[in-house]
Design a protein. Structure first.
Length: 279
């Protein structure tokens, strides 16, 4: 199972026993069935053709199996390369109620979801890079369309002004790094604030820790260099603050699911249209 996300069709008994990370967001969708779930000892019935949004720490159980229902869950790390949209996810109306928020589906049919998203995302051995981007695009599409149907005027970000200022400065610092630094206290010192205050700001604005953002930015930089340059992996590891190439290899594989060299081969295969990219 993926570490940062998962997608299930709730038509099989095994699909009901799923493990969702407590820091993950969840989206339930039912096409033709009334979907019954239990949240905090409360029974909730979700009408057909409805998306149901649940914030982190809203544990729930599905009472029975359903032929045409889908569950998606994802951690903030999925959107580390889309910080503006991660800010929207953290602060939007849909993920504020611990008991969930319902939104009618008027924009995407169930068959399209299964064919273009559920099946490809559940295909064993498919390229993790493609699957992750496909999932992020799907979630972004659902939220934007649901928001437009619910309220065409998107929420403004006037609240948490000081936290937003800290988060913006922190993001700028990450962009300016020539040789990357993976230590949170390094950036806190640069901003003249404590590590705890920096973490608080990133949690409020992006819904994740400063360490997670640093890790995400380091991985984005590594992936970009592996895709678009022929710089040796050893040199990339040094530029990202690793004294040993083996440490960088372990770090990259832990988060991406493959070694830097495997990622480079797969990324180049995608660029040049080789079928091996999806094998």
């Amino acid at each position: 199972m993926q570490k940062d996300w998962g997608i299930y069709r709730l038509k099989d008994a095994d699909d009901l026993d799923v493990s969702i990370h407590p820091l993950a967001y969840s989206i339930l969708y039912t096409a033709t069935d009334h979907l019954n779930i239990i949240i905090k000892d409360k029974s909730i019935s979700i009408d057909p053709e409805t998306f149901y949004f649940l914030p982190p720490k809203s544990s729930f159980s599905v009472i029975e199996k359903y032929k045409k229902a889908v569950l998606i869950w994802f951690k903030p790390e999925v959107f580390m390369d889309r910080l503006k949209f991660l800010y929207y996810i953290t602060n939007c109306f849909f993920f504020q109620n611990p008991l969930g928020v319902a939104a009618k589906n008027s924009f995407i049919p169930y068959k399209f979801i299964v064919k273009n998203y559920a099946r490809p995302l559940q295909t064993p051995g498919a390229n993790p890079l493609i699957k992750r981007n496909l999932l992020a695009n799907f979630i972004e599409f659902i939220l934007i369309r649901a928001q437009l149907d619910f309220d065409p005027g998107f929420e403004n970000g006037s609240k948490n002004v000081y936290d937003q200022e800290i988060a913006n400065k922190f993001s700028k610092l990450l962009d300016e790094q020539v040789t990357f630094n993976l230590v949170v206290s390094y950036y806190a010192d640069k901003l003249n604030i404590t590590k705890r205050r920096l973490d608080k700001a990133t949690q409020i604005i992006y819904g994740c820790s400063a360490k997670s953002l640093i890790t995400g930015r380091a991985l984005d930089k590594a992936k970009s260099m592996l895709r678009s340059t022929s710089i040796p992996v050893k040199n990339i590891s040094l530029e990202l603050g690793f004294s040993q190439e083996s440490n960088f290899n372990n770090f990259f594989k832990l988060h991406i699911g493959m070694t830097p060299m495997q990622y480079r081969i797969n990324a180049n295969a995608i660029i040049f249209g080789e079928n091996t990219a999806l094998s």
